[in-house]
Each structure stands twice: as C-alpha cells, then as structure tokens.
Design a protein around this ligand. Sequence first.
Ligand code: MN
Ligand code: MN
Length: 460
Amino acid sequence: MERPNAWKEYTEENLKLVREIGEEYRGMISRNKTEREWTNEIVRRLEEAGYISLQTAILENRVLKAGDKVYETRMGKAVLAFYLGQEPLEKGMNIVGAHIDSPRLDLKQNPLYEDTDLAYADTHYYGGIKKYQWVARPLALHGVVVRKDGSTVELVIGEKDEDPVVGISDLLIHLSHEQMEKKLAEGISGENLDVILAGQPLDGKEKDAVREMVLHLLKESYGLEEEDFISAEIEVVPAGPARDFGLDRSMILGYGHDDRVCSYAELKALEGLKETPRTTVCGMFVDKEEIGSVGATGMRANYLENAVAEILNLTGEYSELKVRRALQNSRMLSCDVSAGYDPLYASVFEKKNSAFLGRGVCFNKYTGSRGKSGSNDANAEFMGKLRSIMDRNGIRWQTAELGKVDAGGGGTIAYICALYGMEVIDSGVAVLSMHAPAEIISKADLYEAVMAYRAFMLEA
Ligand code: MN
Ligand code: MN
C-alpha cells in the first residue's frame, strides 16, 4: 500500500515540466497574495484562453452551446469558469474547486494610532494562525480602498526591492521571563498584532505627529483620507517572493500555498483543455474558506447554482428541475491542501494514512475532526472510479487523512457542494507548516495535481 516517491519515476521530459510548472507557479504566488489579486490574474488568464464574461453573455443575450467558455466573478474575490461540453448540462458537470483566500492579518476599520512616537495599524487576524509566527518578520500591505465617490485605489507596499516593509515587534528575550512561561497559544495576543507603520514626526505638527506622517504619506501617494479606511480592505501579508526550497530546488517555500497551489493546478488544468470536453467542466475559485466559507463570496453563497441557471437559460434549456439535475448529477474534486507528514512532529500523524511530500497528489476520502465530524465522506464507488482514472493516466497519487484520530482536524468546501447531492471528494497537495507565513510544498506534487485535475475534468 505504500506509494512510491514520484521523483524516482520521472523521465527527463517529466522533470522539465515539473520545473516549468514550479517556476510559473512560484512567480504567480509571488505577485498575487490576496483573493482579489488572484481573481484578477485568473480572469486575465481565462480570457487569454478564450473565456468570456457570463455577465456580458447575459447582457447581449448570446446563445451558448457546446464548446463555449464563460466565467463569472463574485465581488472581485471569487471566480467560476465553465467549459460547455457536448452532453446536456443536466447530465452534470466535472467540477474542480479550490479556495483563493489565505490566513493573514486584516487592518481594522479604524486602524491608526500613535504611541510613544511610533505609528501603528491595528489588525484583526483572518483564519487560523499561530500568532507567534507573525511577529518579528517583514510584512507587506496589499489591498483596496474605496473612496466615498466610488473610486477605488489599489495598494501594494512592501514587495518591490526598493519598497519599505512593515512589521510587528516581539518582546526581547532578555525581558521575556513571564512571556516564555505562558502557553504557546497565549504568548502573543491577537490584540497585540499591531503593525508599525512609521517613526518620524511630520514637520509642523504637535499632536500625534508620527500618525500625521502616515496620513500625510497616504494622502501624497494615494490621495487617501483617514476616513477612507472605513471602506477599505487592506491585508497584511508576508513580504517578499516565494523561493525555491532545498539545495535540490525540489520544493517551494512561500506564503499562501493553502490554497493557491490547488487553485493554480486547477487553472493550469483548465488551460490545458484544448478540445470541447464530453462533459461540461467547471472550475471554481472561491473566497472565505479560511473563515468557514461564509459571506457572499464564500462557497455557502448560491453563486454556483445561479451561474448554472443562467447558463441553462442561455442554452435555451432553463428549468428549475434542470438546474437541480445539473448540480446533483455532477462530480467534484474539492481541492485543498493536505497536511504533509512531518518527521519532527511524528506523534500527531498515523504513518500509514499520511500524505508525504513528493509522493503525488492526495485524495482524502474524509476530513473533519473527532469522529469525522463535519466531513464529507466520499462514496467508495466514487473513490473506485477515481483510482481507475488516476491509474489509467499514469498519475502518481496517495491517500491521506489529516493527522491522527483525536489529534485535531479541519474542513474544506466539500460538504457544502455535497448539499446538492453531487459526488465530492477532497484532493490536494501536501504542505509542511500549513498556515504559517511560509509554507512548503513539493514541485512533484504540484505537477501531479495539474495532471490529476486535467484527467478528472476529461474523464470523470
Ligand atoms: Mn485550505
Ligand atoms: Mn487553510
């Protein structure tokens, strides 16, 4: 039952593709760190691949037919892509879905304050983080500010070589006696994750002159007023590019592999479909997974259903019954990262059922915690079908669950899509240091995910 290491089986041709895909992905996650940036990049690439906006198709009352490609975005933070197949949509779709939000710190609506000649921005963290990992490291600001007149300013500070970075201070070891006695979870408090923005007073100001300096710079560079923070979404993320990792460059160290690595594999697989598929293929890139898939851009919103209804309408086939059939008859890979086995923390893993870096794309029949609670437990029949597709296409794959029974657990978007009655299974790439500011993946697993997702799109 042990799965072989994928690297051992690669030909020169495989290795070339592994390197190329790794390189492209590394560039993409270095340039795009937020769900909005990622959405823009996905849309750009989908349009290049011949996808048109579903909203445009609706406005122009176009007739959609097999071979057409459409995409839909939600509030600039989620994307759905459809490649219409030869079979009627009511027969179901081959869906591959991943999330594009990652754990980070968000600026509060009223973030700015000054204390002892330093200007700070107050944050509220987003998603599951170990707070101690976010202090004493270079951070960047990415986001949008919407002014009262509706105009939008996009801002990225801390990524170019010549940019300054920001960050959060940690207590010096010399005075940390009390802090070091605390539990790891309590060593750094969420309220103390405040980012230092400036340290020089603005000339001619008496009160809060350093805070005034920040406002002055924001005004000068971006035309912003302090009140504009109220309608802003500014994310504090690790600064700097993703890097090749390991002396052999077999891995990538970077922020937000969870879940950009699966999103990228999905996009790459979509781009690789050159002929009209038999079954309609749907690629989903969704927001808010890290906080429970809530909100209008999260998987729990009804945009998949709505988009399917719109598409059926433009093919002249709309009925509520056909929408329901299209969803229930679908098959889905819920693509999200898996916990990579870490020998340094072996005690939380059960080795026979763990994901190993370099052994290929993972399938998780179930996730959840404490008795599979909250998981979508995929059908044995569906798993059987997948094994057959994977082996037929020479994909290197492994199965895993998230750590030992009772060690903890986690969830994905799988159970939400399963509400429609479709077949769903979790599938992804193994990650070390999941949710840390710098996560690690193997380039081999990324390559296998691209190949696996393409095979699924064509043959499920
Ligand atoms: Mn995830
Ligand atoms: Mn996650």
